[in-house]
Unconditional design. Structure first.
Length: 558
């Protein structure tokens, strides 16, 4: 999720940076809901990370970070070290889930039939679909149905996902290692696909893959057992980490259990309805069969206590508020201040300007500055900040944001990306100093034969569709993903991507054009869609459906 030269969402602060967005070219389009299709994939991926860590589990992690690094709370060094070790363990042990969810948002999630729309879907709608939505509403006399809205979003997503860039990106994902040394992207993605498949076997509502994005975030990232494992007090870092790892395994095991499948029909319908009508109630949280009722109460008590304690730390209030801000991009520019010193025209390149009234007076003339475009949760409303000389001199946002605590925070803080990165790195170093030597040896597998129990749990869920032959898939996919399974033929990897993309993006005309664009022979499509169950295990032409029992399971796995 993090890299000095790439887009990322910082795990502890939930601060987002999308370096690929060039606001001097793209702000006007994003602001009216006609964003550049070229930035859709990275927007969806990082928006999913932001949305995932906006859940209660993400809040718990921020609270744990504040507790571990606090200079004002009097706590034994052993407890602070245990907290720091849990932070390190969480970022490693949960990364496959987090990356898998982000990849699912990028490659699969599409609305269709559910009452609700995921937070990622709402952000995508506002920034990439809203202009088309207004045009459609004007054509239909000012109104548009939910089905029409879903269709507009689905069309935009399908065009993006069948484009060469996206097909190539998903091919890279399917060819990445199944192991976890580089973050467990493939294993995590297959886990989310397995989660969706398990849900669909229990409820037709689960065919809405956008709903599945919201649901997996809820079931996994709002798990009260994991919140308790993060926030409970411990003096023993190894015990604290072991207990956290146990709860991660418990959640993975639960997803593949009969208890979960039995709970899905009722729980998913109620979840969808509550999400569509204003959020999940506390009564609903207590009654959900996907969570332990005692853990819900314990997690609520721990969160309440830690939220109160965090306000003692001067950084606590700001750290919790800034979690709600998704930074889409920042652009340098020039503020041209009028003679009164109270108004300016901000020029941020390519003949793009913003005329603003200043929050604070500036000397007349030209000043170097920067413009930042943000999305603020939970309203998911846009906000534009302009800075000059390290001060926010203009903030444009919805009245609810301007008059609330997030608005006050935005007016007081700058958005220098490189400076923020340095602060994040310094914060991480401070936590590392609290850890005992050899911490990572507990979590990183050395090879196929000695993966720790948590990684084995992930792999069991990732290969759930083919669990009867999981060992063969495991060994074949460990270093090169599906490469060996597809006879080391790139064109078959691309064919697999197109077939799997069509399962959640049902535009067959787009698929046919994509097939031609990649120079693929259409007979390969026929082979994959109609393959016999007697195919050889490592045949050169197709992925063996003998491993996967039937075509439907084969398509859903990837």
């Amino acid at each position: 999720m993090q890299g000095i030269h790439s887009s990322f969402v910082d795990l502890l602060s939930n601060r987002a940076f999308l370096r690929e967005v060039e606001l001097d070219e793209e702000l006007a389009e994003l602001a009216v809901g006609a964003g550049n299709p070229n930035i859709m994939p990275i927007f969806l991926h990082e928006a999913a990370h932001f949305s995932s860590m906006s859940r209660w589990l993400g809040t718990a992690l921020t609270l744990l970070w504040l507790r571990a690094s606090s200079t004002v709370r009097d706590r034994p060094e052993s407890q602070r070290a245990a907290d720091a070790a849990r932070i390190a363990a969480f970022s490693n042990l949960m990364r496959p889930w987090l990356e898998g969810i982000a990849c699912y948002a990028q490659f699969d999630a599409t609305p269709g039939g559910a009452e609700s729309l995921s937070s990622v879907g709402q952000m995508f709608l506002s920034n990439f679909v809203a202009e088309d939505l207004r045009a459609k509403a004007a054509q239909s006399g000012g109104s548009i149905s939910d089905d029409d809205l879903s269709e507009l979003i689905a069309q935009k997503l399908a065009r993006m996902r069948f484009a060469k860039q996206s097909v190539s990106k998903k091919a890279d994902l399917l060819l990445s290692p199944l192991h976890f040394a580089d973050g467990g992207y493939l294993a995590g993605y297959l886990c989310v696909k397995a989660f969706a498949g398990i849900c669909e076997s229990a409820s037709g509502l689960a065919s809405d893959t956008d709903l599945m994005l919201s649901y997996v975030q809820s079931v996994v990232l709002e798990d009260p057992g994991l919140i308790v494992a993060l926030l409970r007090t411990s003096d023993d870092r190894r015990e604290a980490v072991s207990f956290l790892a146990e709860k991660v395994r418990d959640r993975i095991a639960f997803v593949s259990s009969q208890d979960f499948r039995s709970a899905v029909p009722d729980d998913l319908a109620r979840f969808d309805h509550d999400l569509a009508t204003g959020g999940l109630s506390s009564d609903f949280a207590q009654s959900r069969h996907v969570w332990d009722a005692d853990a819900v109460e314990a997690a609520a008590d721990l969160l309440t206590n830690e939220l109160q304690q965090a306000m003692v730390d001067p950084l606590g209030h700001d750290a919790l508020l800034i979690r709600n801000v998704f930074t889409v991009g920042t652009s340098a520019g020039t503020a041209k201040v009028d003679a009164s010193g109270t108004k300016m025209i901000f020029d941020y390149g390519n003949d793009k300007t913003e005329e603003k009234t200043l929050l604070v007076p500036l000397d007349p003339g030209e000043h170097a500055g920067s413009l930042t475009f943000m999305i603020v949760a939970p309203e998911l409303s846009p906000a534009v900040s302009i800075e000059v000389g390290g001060r926010v001199v203009s903030l444009t946002a919805d009245e609810r944001i301007l008059n609330g605590p997030v608005g006050a925070l935005l007016r007081d803080h700058s958005f220098d990306i490189d400076g923020a990165l340095r602060l994040l790195e310094a914060r991480d170093l401070r936590l590392i100093e609290l850890e005992l030597p050899g911490a990572w040896g507990l979590f990183r597998p050395a090879g196929i034969e000695d993966s720790p129990a948590t990684w084995n749990s992930y792999l069991e869920l990732a290969l759930f569709v083919a669990r009867d032959r999981a060992r063969e898939l495991f060994e074949s996919m460990w270093e090169t993903g599906v490469w060996n399974l597809l006879g080391k033929r790139r064109e078959l990897v691309l064919a697999l991507v197109l077939v799997s993309t069509s399962s959640s993006n049902h535009d067959h005309d787009l698929m046919a054009r994509a097939w031609d664009a990649h120079g693929l022979d259409g007979s390969h499509l026929k082979d994959i869609l109609n393959v016999s169950n007697n195919a050889p295990i490592y045949g050169g032409a197709i992925l063996s459906v003998a491993l996967l029992d039937d075509r439907r399971r084969f398509h859903s796995m990837f």
